[in-house]
Design a protein around this ligand. Structure first.
Ligand code: NAD
Length: 457
């Protein structure tokens, strides 16, 4: 595919103003919706073929999220796009003031492999709703989904409006060498840096949805049984390959053993005696990631799990008891079904561990002590989080979803995705029936009047 030609054609199409019409955008979203409903079975199958993701998880964590984002965009597009009136400044009297949403133009979306459908289509919905033309690059590590995404987009859109460009690093780099009006990237911190550098060349605005080492703190007041149940769900869903999965546990020393025992029961309850035979437990996406994760298990005190099968990229839901802070598993984001359990006695112990890492994407607190939870929320910087559960803040589209520091720049979901892909243009319309002379030269004698006016502004 001639990528520069495609991008130029999209820029020309954007310049034709067709995507500015709300009716055009809405019709495009409706067409997409129809096609997605029609092909749900194929999407679910592709997810299974890529990493044995179960039908249930495919619907819960991929298609249903996309459907709800689509429905919301179709229903609210007029409202979201309507210029928003704000109070005029007295200094501009008489005037009115409004914020207009305008599409950036031609935007690039680069998606990861771990929720390869949802994390490609969700930003795409906002980009289309906001009136942009879009090039979407899915991850090469989930080829079945990459292929079906291309087929769907080709069936629904003219390529001058929306196109899928498939490929790996070389293709991504070629795309990044071009001039875009916005880049939306989801993936690792290291590639995020490459994207930010490429964007800097043209001062292109970016959203970077990255990862990090997300802590899960459990104090001595927590409902441990429920904590174990909710942690098993949030950690091992998608085979632990979730950007906001709890990365490690920090639990009060007095509760550690009880917690480990409860985790054993919950893992068995969810995936049976041998999770390898469970229909609900996905595989690691490829051998490279399998090997990276298998290395983390070496010379550790495995409390639960630890079994692996390289042929099948299988790693059991695993708990590591008290790894050292300089061990392989505590070096960076785990991104797999391995959960280190560290214990603390004082709040200083908590701070020692958490402050070792950059600002994480998520933070979880299990506690019945509100002031403890509030203290941690105030003390640490992180993308977002949940008290007494894991990962579910993702599910509320009224909350911004995104990172801070090394876990990312910007946020999206619901209306915020529309806003992410829109430049906000401030417009003042002056009345012509009065022209207050204060601001005009000559200034002599006007300073007291100006000072008085400034007091009211
Ligand atoms: P990745 O960074 O390896 O790949 C993401 C995308 O970047 C892919 O499309 C890939 O082709 C492309 N890419 C890879 N190397 C590149 C390079 N050198 N130059 C240009 N593009 C390149 O990430 P991944 O392995 O697909 O996903 C895992 C990471 O993504 C984890 O760190 C996870 O935390 C993060 N993640 C974050 C979110 C979020 O919403 N914040 C969601 C999912 C995943």
């Amino acid at each position: 595919m001639d990528i520069p030609n495609l991008v130029n054609a999209q820029k020309q199409f954007f310049a034709s103003q067709q995507t500015k019409a709300i009716s055009y955008r809405k019709a495009a979203l409706q067409k997409l919706q129809k096609e997605l409903y029609k092909r749900e079975e194929e999407i679910v199958k592709a997810l299974y073929n890529d990493f044995k993701k179960s039908e249930y998880e495919a619907i819960m964590t991929e298609t249903s999220i996309v459907y709800s984002e689509l429905k919301m965009a179709i229903k609210n597009i007029e409202k979201w796009n309507k210029p928003q009136k704000v109070r005029p400044s007295i200094l501009n009297f008489p005037s009115s003031a409004k914020i207009y949403s305008e599409p950036y133009g031609t935007v690039l979306i680069i998606a990861p492999w771990n929720y390869p459908f949802q994390l490609a289509i969700s930003p795409l919905i906002g980009a289309i709703a906001a009136g942009n033309t879009v090039v979407l690059k899915p991850s090469e590590l989930t080829p079945h989904i990459s292929n079906i995404l291309r087929e769907i987009i080709e069936a629904v859109f003219d390529k001058n409006h929306v196109a899928v460009v498939e490929g790996g690093v070389a293709v991504a780099q070629e795309l990044l060498s071009l001039r875009w009006d916005y880049i939306f990237f989801t993936g690792s911190v290291n590639v995020g840096r490459i994207v930010a550098k490429a964007a800097a060349e043209f001062i292109t605005p970016v959203t970077l949805e990255l990862g990090g080492k997300s802590p899960c703190v459990i104090d001595e007041t927590a409902n441990l049984k429920l904590a174990a149940k909710r942690i098993v769900w949030g950690k091992y869903i998608n085979g632990g390959q979730t950007c906001i999965a709890p990365d490690y546990i920090l639990i009060h020393k007095s509760k550690k053993q009880e917690f480990i025992d409860l985790m054993k029961t919950e893992i068995k309850g969810a995936y049976g005696d041998n999770p390898e035979t469970s229909e609900d437990f996905p595989r690691i996406v490829n051998t490279r990631n399998f090997e990276r994760l298998a290395l983390m298990l070496e010379n550790e005190n495995i409390a639960i799990g630890g079994e692996t099968n390289k042929e099948d990229c299988y790693i059991a839901p695993t708990l590591i008891d008290e790894p050292k802070l300089d061990s392989e598993v505590m070096k960076g984001e785990i991104f797999g079904p391995i959960l280190p359990v560290l214990s603390y006695e004082t709040e200083d112990d908590i701070a020692t561990v958490i402050s070792k890492y950059d600002k994480p994407l998520a933070f979880y607190i299990f506690s019945e002590n509100r002031s403890f939870a509030n203290k941690l929320i105030g003390q640490y910087s992180f993308g977002g989080g949940t008290v007494n559960d894991t990962t579910v803040h993702f599910a509320n589209h009224r909350l911004p979803f995104g990172g801070v520091g090394e876990s990312g720049i910007g946020g999206y979901h619901g209306k915020q995705t529309f806003d992410t892909f829109s430049h906000k243009k401030g417009i003042v319309t002056r009345g012509t029936w009065l022209d207050v002379p204060t601001r005009y030269a000559p200034y002599k004698g006007k300073l007291p009047q100006l000072k008085k006016l400034m007091k009211f502004s």
